[in-house]
Design a binder for this molecule. Structure first.
Ligand SMILES: Cc1cc2nc3c(=O)[nH]c(=O)nc-3n(C[C@H](O)[C@H](O)[C@H](O)COP(=O)(O)OP(=O)(O)OC[C@H]3O[C@@H](n4cnc5c(N)ncnc54)[C@H](O)[C@@H]3O)c2cc1C
Length: 506
């Protein structure tokens, strides 16, 4: 085992996360929550309890700033994270808009970034490089943002309970009661922001997300060949491996000749392997990606990033899932920070509406989240990120064709694609380009998906177009109809209208 790997694993944190992951995904808890007919007020009273102080802290601070009484509970200390986040400039505007800390949160900005899939074309043609300026062009100082938010939350009068682990939730039609290992909390609404391994979501859905991106890496100084103005957004330097994985690199330059470097792959639940194994691969393969002869590893970064591809029709009353617990992350870039931040204003608007009219039944709360139906369409591409068993070059071939055809298409369309704003028509146009570039994609699709799923894939843009039309109509006619709707209808209508705006925002 390399000295670096020992360093990354010595705290035992990676192993512990792997073990928690295996145990929760193998058998979901049955005692995380309970639906009860009534509850007696008991414990600390507040309007909203937020469980989890990562992205939950941003929501808690914004809600406290809007006059709600919020209690935030986290088993660890709040105001720091072991993640590095990158994002797009326009997503940060939300911080200003919501009155959250926005100075000293940018660690670095880049001129541009690229994607490149290392397909070795038999003709000798070099892999295509796709430039994507304006996409994931900012590295966030995650600790800077969270520590300032923590201070702001407290200054606004929010109640913070750190070092307390969530144990149990009881939900009645009118209220909720949270029990931790340190106390009891009574509230109208619970926001579950306990991340990818939220026991509430596992009990509720058994499989709360569809695919997962096991990700490891480090913040590392003095790698060679890094251009400090350029982000390496999705890059492969080899084909698929014997474990059915296509390993992908991501690199974002930081200050002082440091970079955040990740290695990840895409997997359906059950085929994700372990982070420990992936860390071993990371240190073995890093020198082939960027010469690391002088490298100095500052800290490890690791985790499982979830992505949900399908909508649901019901949730828990009075409980809304945020962040990785909600799992509405981009299914290709898995950028949970960006998509949750960008969608936070509409989530808050819907939460406030639901609180005001007390529309918090299970069929209401399911309307609230960072869901974008155009990303459900994109999730089909995630399935092509697993190499075919007999063809290790399959991912590189198909995504190299995607990059080549993107380079020939309207740059605005490509930008919309990477910024989660593409329409169904954009998707169809981009897929048509891949077909022209790579005519045998049909055979590949059949092999990858099977006949039933291939048909579903081909009809997905039509389903998505219908959803877009519904959202567009909801947005267009909202003012006309809003006074004629019941609160429950209005919440669903508003959610659809705001989803349209989210998919089309600049
Ligand atoms: C290596 C890596 C790199 C990433 N890079 C990017 C990126 O560049 N850009 C981007 O947009 N996204 C990125 N992501 C994804 C992004 O980090 C996540 O989507 C985001 O951090 C999710 O935040 P969260 O608050 O939902 O979950 P978490 O960050 O997991 O926070 C959950 C919180 O809940 C608390 N908690 C958990 N269980 C309990 C309990 N039982 N009781 C009390 N508290 C509990 C935890 O202590 C924690 O504070 C990356 C992820 C990883 C793993």
């Amino acid at each position: 085992m390399s000295e670096h790997l020992i360093w990354a694993l010595e705290s035992g944190a990676v192993k512990r996360l792997d073990e928690r992951w295996k145990s929760l995904t193998a058998s979901a808890p049955t005692d995380a929550f309970q639906l009860v007919s009534s509850l007696q007020a008991q414990g600390l009273e507040s309007e909203i309890v937020v469980l989890g102080g990562g992205l939950g802290l941003l929501a808690a601070t914004a809600l406290q700033a809007r006059g709600h009484q919020v209690t935030l509970i986290d088993r660890a200390s709040v105001g720091e994270t072991h993640r590095e986040w990158n994002s797009s400039q326009n997503e940060l505007e939300v911080l200003k808009q919501l009155g959250l800390p926005h100075s000293n949160v940018v660690a670095k900005t880049y001129r541009t970034g690229y994607v490149e899939f290392n397909y070795q074309d038999p003709s000798g043609e070099k892999p295509a490089r796709g430039w994507i300026p304006g996409v994931l062009d900012v590295a966030i100082s995650s600790t800077g943002l969270l520590s300032q938010s923590r201070a702001q939350f407290l200054a606004l009068g929010g109640t913070l309970r750190e070092g307390e682990s969530f144990k149990h939730l009881e939900v009645s039609a009118l209220e909720t009661r949270v029990t931790t290992d340190g106390g009891t909390y009574h509230a109208k609404l619970v926001l579950d922001a306990m991340g990818v391994l939220s026991p509430i979501q596992f009990q509720l859905h058994r499989q709360p997300f569809d695919w997962v991106c096991p990700t490891v890496g480090s913040v590392v100084k003095h790698l060679e060949g890094v251009d400090e103005n350029i982000g390496e957004v999705l890059v492969t330097d080899r084909g698929g491996d014997g474990l059915g994985r296509q390993l992908i690199w991501e690199l974002f330059p930081l200050e002082d000749d440091a970079s955040a470097v990740y290695l990840f792959h895409y997997a359906p639940l059950g085929q994700e392997g372990t982070l420990e194994q992936l860390f071993a691969d990371y240190f073995k393969l890093l020198p082939e990606y960027h010469n690391d002869a002088r490298a100095e590893h500052i800290k490890p970064v690791f985790g499982y990033i979830p992505s949900r591809h399908k909508r649901r029709h019901s949730s828990l009353p009075r409980v809304v899932a945020l962040g990785d617990a909600g799992a509405w992350n981009n299914p290709l870039t898995f950028t949970g920070f960006g998509s949750n931040l960008r969608n936070l204003p509409r989530v808050l608007e819907l939460l406030e509406f639901a609180l005001k009219f007390d529309t918090l039944k299970a069929s209401d709360t399911v309307q609230i989240g960072a869901r974008q139906s155009n990303l459900e369409l994109l999730s089909w591409l995630t399935r092509f990120m697993r190499p075919l068993k007999h063809d290790p070059q399959s991912v590189n071939r198909i995504f190299n064709a995607f990059v080549k055809s993107s380079n020939r298409t309207d740059p605005a369309r490509v930008k919309r694609f990477y910024k989660d704003q593409s329409s169904s028509l954009d998707f169809v146009a981009l897929m048509y380009g891949v077909m022209v570039e790579h005519p045998s994609i049909w055979r590949h699709g059949l092999e990858q998906l099977g006949m039933g799923e291939l048909v579903a894939f081909l009809s997905a843009p039509v389903v998505s177009m219908a959803r877009e039309a519904k959202s567009w109509a909801a947005d267009t006619f909202w003012e006309t109809v809003k006074d004629r709707l019941t609160p429950t209808q209005a919440l669903a209508w508003k959610a659809s209208a705001l989803e349209w705006q989210a998919m089309r925002s600049k």
